[in-house]
Design a binder for this molecule. Sequence first.
Ligand code: HEM
Ligand SMILES: [Cu+2]
Length: 584
Amino acid sequence: MSVERETFADRYPEEAELVRRSFLVAFTALGLGALFGIIQALHRTNVLRFIPSTDYYTVLTAHGVLLVIVFTIFYLVGLYQWAVTRSLDRSPTNINFTRAWLTLMTIGSVITGLTILLGFVDQIGISADVLFTFYAPLQAHPLFYTGLVVFIIGTWLAGVDWFRTWLHWKQDNPDERIPLQTFMVLTTMIMWYVATIGVAIAVLFFLLPWSLGLIETVNPLLTRTLFWFFGHPVVYFWLLPAYMLWYTVLPKLAGGRLFSDPLARVVFVLFVLLSTPVGIHHQYVDPGIAEGFKFIAMTNTMFLLLPSLLTAFTVVASMEHGARQRGGEGLFRWLTALPWRDPAFTGMALAGLMFAAGGFSGMINAGMNINYLVHNTIWVPGHFHLTVGTAVALTMMAGTYWLWPQLTNRRLYSRPIGLLQVVMWFGGMALMSNSMHVAGLYGVPRRTAEPQYAGFDFQTAFGSIAELNVQLAVGGTLLFVSTLLFLGNLALSLGNPKVDGLGQTLPEPLSGPDDSPRVLDNMKLWAGIALVLVLLAYALPLGAIVQNGGLFGTGGDAYPVSVLGRFDPGVGLDAVRELLGVGR
Ligand code: HEM
Ligand SMILES: [Cu+2]
């Protein structure tokens, strides 16, 4: 077999096995998550109800956690393991270490997942209906947080593994630039280390001790803020593997080469710097954080448009280059020269298109004042089903169509089914997310089994809420069927015979790494600046939160259990007097 046609599985059989294993966990989570997705889509639209509404939060928590923690992150570690090994052309320094972190991550996910699912069985008394944002005052069983800790430690060790492999490579290649894919992996992990500081503190020092009963109360605003410190950058943790596929694989699928390697590096560095000091933009309506800090978060957020616009430019330019290599001509006619029958290409291209739409609704979310219009409405899930639910998830599925043969030496079972699958996802999501956005504008809430509020009318400009519900249900169903097609196609591929020569190489960029300034490869510098920016954005608000509410909150009875027992008319009267400036 010629080296050209050698697959990843031929060259690195053990690593390929580990990548397959992480994909297996990812796709199991995807299947389960999609099942819960369709259940809640049909339930909240009243189309089909077979769970009691009291179980809705168990379903919603499982849906969120399985999809945005387990599916995306297991796919990421599989993809990144492939990318580091491939681009450095080198095995991990110690593959048992690689096995160990993957095992840790798996154990953590199983513990967390089971803790959530046990919520369906009331008799056991274990549950974690805390949604994927899991901040106080919602409280889960300690096993939920324990699983999360184990999982996160696993991801940290994955980063250690990749940095270590890179450092060894560097000793052997002191003068070479970091290969692009490895560069992407390392920058993503720096961002991840910075981001997870927040969630690690929240879980280890507050939520876990609290659910174990070691401390009595927590400061909800503090744990919320620490969560969103992590909760925004985590969206880039989902997104960056998709970016890696767009930058390094999509141009090849289009028949060309990446337009600019230096630009890709700049984009990843920008995410390291800009992704963390923005989390407060999820807290515009939280009392207890000064407006000024919210404003700073908003400004920082708007800067994040830059790397995404750069990406749109580079990726489209690379596609156009590919199309012209294939004989495409004209101002727009080159579009027809692209390989639209290839599910890997079409899936990624459609995912990118949806990402643009998601970017627009994201701008609305980020605007401090206009956010009030959509906050906590179903608009918000409408937005992130375009971004993580399509730009990321669909790119990962499409990428798998290309990667799978190289990990298994087996051809894909059916390319036409793959094509149908990605188009169906696009269509289903167009319907579901459109209806969510519109319903959100009418004030339909998210995260509830009973959004209809009997006796209350939602006013619509045209059409009706019933119509939007049908859209949501049909869209959700298409998505579910699409997931089944994806999983079925992969499962059937395993029945194909092994063949030789399925290997694919990735072409060099038009403008290569040597055109980029060396300072871009200085990981320590970027990590340092990122930390300084985080301090600037967070030191003061966190200080104020702790000063006002205490590290562990102000007390255990924040919720009036009975209005009558508590209400002291004297206090209210005093306040009014003070306002009016009249003495007693
Ligand atoms: C089969 C496809 C899917 C369907 C039918 C579906 C449906 C839904 C619906 C209807 C909601 C809103 C529930 C509510 O607020 O009451 C929701 C929430 C959510 N979905 Fe999906 N979804 C699907 C796929 C995905 C994917 C691929 C992802 C991410 C990779 C995702 C991530 C989420 C998250 C994070 C939430 C919010 C959970 C929360 O509010 O705590 N979904 N989904
Ligand atoms: Cu955000």
